[in-house]
Ligand binder design. Structure first.
Ligand SMILES: [Zn+2]
Length: 204
């Protein structure tokens, strides 16, 4: 017996709906993918990458983890970036954080959460790097600000990967964007932190 039958029902309804509009959609897409964007976002169920930017399958290459972190030694994330840039030739990497992020909130607390605290450590570091901006802010403002600062820090981390550095060294075009999503109204905001060359990275 198939478990979670309702999800299979939803799947066939979804696939049939797409095929009704475009009978060739899946057969065409099965031949190749050529997404233009790599999306690095939070695992939060309220922040589904394709739906937020209203793009169909095939248009976004996606990596998600708790609090949209790009950790210098995370082979999973680095492999996604390498494949996206070197094989799929994406020209845009989007780091998308969101307000109300549970990972950021947990990192602001001083209570233990178990294994995940090792991951959250990276967010605590972002707080430490930006202590001057955060000190004195009320809790709500500090939470929002840390969600934004975390995105900006991850943009820098992406730029500092060997993959992006090599791409720029070769003179190829590659832009790294920092966005934040508001789960209260569904609206994306550009944090105006886009970096497309090493000169722009200096001093950031
Ligand atoms: Zn989150």
């Amino acid at each position: 017996m198939k478990s979670l039958k309702h999800l299979f029902d939803r799947n066939s309804a979804w696939a049939n709906g797409i095929k009704e509009k475009d009978p060739e959609f899946f057969s065409q897409l099965s031949k190749q993918q050529s997404p233009k964007y790599l999306w690095i976002g939070c695992s939060d169920s309220r922040v589904p990458a394709n739906q937020i930017v209203n793009l169909p399958p095939g248009e976004l290459f996606v990596h998600r983890n708790i609090a949209n972190l790009v950790v210098h030694t995370d082979l999973n994330c680095l492999s996604v970036i390498q494949y996206a840039v070197e094989v799929l030739k994406v020209k845009h990497i989007i780091i998308c954080g969101h307000y109300g992020c549970g990972g950021i909130k947990a990192a602001m607390e001083n209570q233990p959460h178990g294994l995940i605290d090792n991951w959250l450590r990276h967010i605590k570091d972002v707080g430490r790097f930006n202590a001057e901006k955060l000190n004195g802010l009320k809790d709500d403002k500090k939470f929002d600000m840390l969600c934004e600062l975390n995105v900006i820090e991850q943009v820098k981390n992406v730029c500092n990967t060997t993959i992006v550095q090599n791409t720029w060294r070769q003179g190829s075009e590659l832009l790294v964007h920092g966005w934040i999503y508001n789960i209260q109204n569904g609206i994306l905001k550009d944090l105006d932190t886009c970096i497309s060359a090493n000169q722009q990275l200096k001093g950031k």
